[in-house]
Design a protein around this ligand. Structure first.
Ligand SMILES: C[S@@+](CC[C@H](N)C(=O)[O-])C[C@H]1O[C@@H](n2cnc3c(N)ncnc32)[C@H](O)[C@@H]1O
Length: 253
């Protein structure tokens, strides 16, 4: 698990990602897909610091956020006084009642690093969706990301929030582990008069996926893909998948 989402890092994350991600656009995108499928109740997995929650809170949708990090949830709660947030793990949770849509946003699927993680998550999502419910999520496309990190040893991103300039330097190492797992090291700096001051360092193992393997994971966990969208987010080429829960699951392998 990344330290990026704990303690003071959660606040740095929140500040930087306000620049990286256009949350209005992100909201319009996901809300459009949710409305297309006539959903009334919604769970957002990886709800983070609650930037989408803020926007969903203004719709008629019944919104719940779920996140693994208490620090992220605390920021989300301050931002959204009336929204409901659950502290939980996307691989194992039980809602009081099923919802019509579950979204996994902001490439939070990257933290499903083993096949077991992915299967547990999709199985849990299946069990918490109502009949005909939809799962909508994004993931980083391994076919484009891995060549990119091999060519670019250090990848920098800059952000500005409340008058402070931030700089992130990322280094991605491919691993000898199974699957397309990566060791991600990132240094977070503030920038003042051209000088950088280290604020924090984060190390995490993350996974990127090929479209084919995601299709198979979904098939095995009882989902039918109804839409695949090729989408560029701030630093990554991603796919977004909309998948409908089938009435019955496949027999497991
Ligand atoms: C890249 S952030 C995305 C946050 C938010 N969706 C956004 O776009 O700003 C990933 C989020 O996934 C959460 N996360 C990581 N592993 C998780 C797990 N197993 N279950 C639930 N949330 C998890 C982290 O705590 C973090 O808030």
């Amino acid at each position: 698990m990344a330290t990026l989402y704990d303690g003071k890092m959660a606040a740095i994350y929140d500040a930087m990602y306000q620049t990286f991600i256009d949350y209005d656009e992100e909201f319009e995108f996901y809300n459009g897909l949710i409305q297309e499928n006539n959903c009334k109740t919604l769970l957002e997995i990886g709800s983070g610091t609650g930037n989408l929650a803020k926007r969903f809170g203004k719709t008629n949708l019944e919104y719940t956020g779920l996140d693994y990090s208490l620090s992220m949830i605390n920021i989300a709660k301050k931002r959204n006084k009336t929204s409901n947030f659950i502290h939980g793990d996307m691989r194992e949770f039980q809602l009081k009642k099923p919802v019509d849509a579950i979204i996994i946003t902001g490439r939070s699927s990257s933290y499903l690093i083993s096949n077991e993680d992915v299967n547990e998550c999709f199985d849990t999502v299946y069990n918490n969706l109502s009949i005909d419910g939809v799962l909508i999520f994004d993931f980083i496309d391994a076919n484009r990301f891995i060549p990119f990190i091999i060519e670019n040893q250090v990848i920098t991103h800059q952000a500005q929030h409340e008058g402070i300039n931030y700089l992130r330097e990322s280094h991605w190492e491919t691993t000898t582990l199974d699957n397309f797992m990566l060791e991600w090291t990132a240094q977070y700096y503030t920038l003042k008069n051209g000088e950088k001051k280290i604020k924090a360092e984060d190390f995490s193992t993350v996974r990127v996926f090929t479209l084919n393997e995601m299709q198979l994971f979904l098939f095995l966990n009882g989902f039918e893909i109804i839409k695949t969208i090729d989408r560029k987010t701030y630093a990554f080429d991603t796919y977004v998948i909309v998948a409908k829960k089938k009435p019955q699951k496949q027999k497991t392998l």
